[in-house]
Design a protein around this ligand. Structure first.
Ligand SMILES: CC(C)(COP(=O)(O)OP(=O)(O)OC[C@H]1O[C@@H](n2cnc3c(N)ncnc32)[C@H](O)[C@@H]1OP(=O)(O)O)[C@@H](O)C(=O)NCCC(=O)NCCS
Length: 153
C-alpha cells in the first residue's frame, strides 16, 4: 500500500533512508540530502511512502504542491530494496495525483544520476531544459517534466 508520511516515526525513517543514501554515494552532489534537510523539507512537502511486508518504509517520494504544478524535491529507495519496482509505484501514484489535480510534474536531477534519469525516462518523463553548474560539483541539473495530459493518450 502507498500512503503519505503520517507520524514523526515514519518521518524519522524517511530521513534515515535519505542520510544512508547520501552517505553511500561516491559523488554526494548527485543526491545531497541529509536527514536534517529532509526533516526541514517535510514542512513544505508531502511525502509518499511504500512499506514492505514487515511494515518498514523502503521507498519515499517528497513533493511540493505548487499552484500550477507538482515539484519532486527528493526520492529514494533504501539499500537492499533497490530495483524491485518500489519507486515506480510511487511515481505512478504521483502521476495519478497530478492528473486529478490537473497539474504537471517537474523536477531537477543531476546530469550524472543515471539511475534516476533512467527511472524518469521509463515512466514517461521528458527532458525540458538544463541548468548549468547547478550542483556543488559544478554538474548541470537536467530539468524534467511529466505532462499529465499524457495519461489520456
Ligand atoms: C533512482 C532510485 C530512486 C530508483 O529506485 P528503485 O526503487 O530502485 O527504482 P525501481 O525499482 O522502481 O526502478 C525502475 C527503473 O529505474 C531505473 N533504474 C533504477 N536503478 C537503476 C540502475 N541501478 N541502473 C539503471 N537503471 C536503473 C530503471 O529504468 C528501472 O527499470 P528496470 O528495472 O525495468 O530497468 C534509487 O536508485 C535511489 O534511491 N537512488 C539514490 C537517490 C537518488 O538519486 N534520488 C534521485 C534524485 S532526488
Amino acid at each position: 500500500m502507498i500512503c503519505w508520511v503520517a507520524d514523526p516515526e515514519e518521518l524519522r525513517q524517511v530521513a534515515q533512508i535519505c542520510q544512508d543514501l547520501s552517505e553511500g554515494l561516491k559523488n554526494r552532489a548527485v543526491f545531497n540530502w541529509t536527514a536534517s534537510q529532509l526533516m526541514e523539507e517535510a514542512q513544505f512537502s508531502k511525502i509518499l511512502i511504500k512499506k514492505n511486508f514487515s511494515k518498514e518504509i523502503v521507498s519515499f517520494l517528497a513533493y511540493r504542491e505548487l499552484p500550477d504544478n507538482l515539484e519532486i524535491m527528493a526520492l529514494g529507495t533504501r539499500h537492499g530494496s533497490l530495483r524491485q519496482g518500489y519507486q515506480g509505484l510511487l511515481l505512478a501514484e504521483l502521476k495519478n495525483i497530478a492528473f486529478l489535480d490537473r497539474k504537471d510534474i517537474f523536477l531537477e536531477v543531476h546530469e550524472r544520476n543515471d539511475e534516476a534519469r533512467q527511472l524518469y525516462q521509463k515512466w514517461g518523463f521528458e527532458v525540458i531544459g538544463r541548468r548549468l553548474q547547478y550542483y556543488t560539483d559544478q554538474g548541470a541539473a537536467v530539468v524534467i517534466a511529466f505532462k499529465s495530459e499524457k495519461i489520456l493518450n
